[in-house]
Design a protein around this ligand. Structure first.
Ligand code: ATP
Ligand code: MG
Length: 249
């Protein structure tokens, strides 16, 4: 995200024009447009009627990830383009997908990915498949949090948990864990990320979820129950990962 980090975020809508190409690989459920100004390119995702919770999830998760794990995250903002309602994010023009075996074969890349599972667990994101991990050199960026909290609070931390089985690839963490036992140093890195979570995901951060709660649940009581459940998940993160890694052996 070299150029983008130096440019103004979010971009001034009046500076943007629609770019004249979109790579064919950018398929997926939502219509996408590439927008650009004189210094950067941006990905606009259009959300239709009924997609309010997914749009709010993507924005809330991105806001929270700017605090929990900024180095591996892409900022996302609400955006309207020519009467289309959606989101905008920096377009990682130089990023590419790498294979699971490339990740497995390099301890430092593997640790970067495994540690991200901690943030994904607190955001209840089970859509971190291989095409959602974009690499700029040795730096991963995890994209597409439109499914954050989709399966919450009934989801489980397990290498077999795959709620998208009928329409999406498996979460990258599942295959990585199944392919190996972690070394002591890899386990320590994951546990240290888990131990930091409850102090990083503190109350003001947790409040960033409120707009999503309001979008997803009509009743104030249900919104509050959701927020309390998230707080509980965050508080239990370290113990949950300790038990998960112990079971992995
Ligand atoms: N910021 C970005 N920069 C570059 N490429 C991106 C970016 N965000 C997403 N992509 C690429 O575009 C693909 C589709 O994007 P995304 O997953 O956000 O869309 P989607 O419509 O939600 O797709 P799906 O329904 O398949 O999950 C991603 O798999 C990734 O390869
Ligand atoms: Mg996607």
């Amino acid at each position: 995200m070299r150029g983008t980090l130096q440019s103004i975020w979010p971009p001034d809508p009046s500076s943007l024009v629609s770019a004249d190409f979109l790579p064919l690989t950018l398929k997926g459920r939502y219509q996408k447009l590439l927008l650009r100004n004189h210094e950067s390119q941006f990905l606009f995702k259009s959300y239709g009627v009924g997609d309010g919770p997914a749009k709010a999830a993507e924005i809330a998760a991105a806001d929270i990830l700017q605090i929990l794990d900024r180095e591996r995250s892409v900022p996302v903002a609400e955006f309207t383009w020519e009467e289309l309602s959606g989101t905008i994010q920096p377009y990682l023009a130089d990023a590419h997908v790498i294979s699971l075996s490339n990740i497995c074969d390099d301890d430092s890349l593997l640790v970067k990915v495994l540690c991200r599972q901690v943030a994904d667990w607190t955001l209840s994101n089970h859509d971190a498949h291989i095409n959602h991990v974009l690499w700029e050199g040795r730096r991963p960026f995890f994209v597409d949090y439109g499914q954050a909290y989709k399966f919450f609070p009934h989801d489980v931390l397990s290498t077999d948990y795959y709620p998208n089985v009928s329409r999406q690839l498996e979460p990258v963490y599942n295959a990585l864990h199944r392919s190996r036992s972690l070394t002591a140093h890899q386990k320590a890195a994951v546990l240290s990320a888990a131990a930091r979570m409850s102090s990083t995901f503190h109350d003001p951060v947790w409040e960033l979820l409120r707009p999503f709660a309001v979008e997803k649940f009509d009743r104030i009581q249900d919104q509050e129950v959701f927020l309390v459940e998230v707080r509980k998940r965050v508080r239990d993160t370290e113990a949950t990962f300790e038990a998960f890694l112990k079971e992995r052996g």
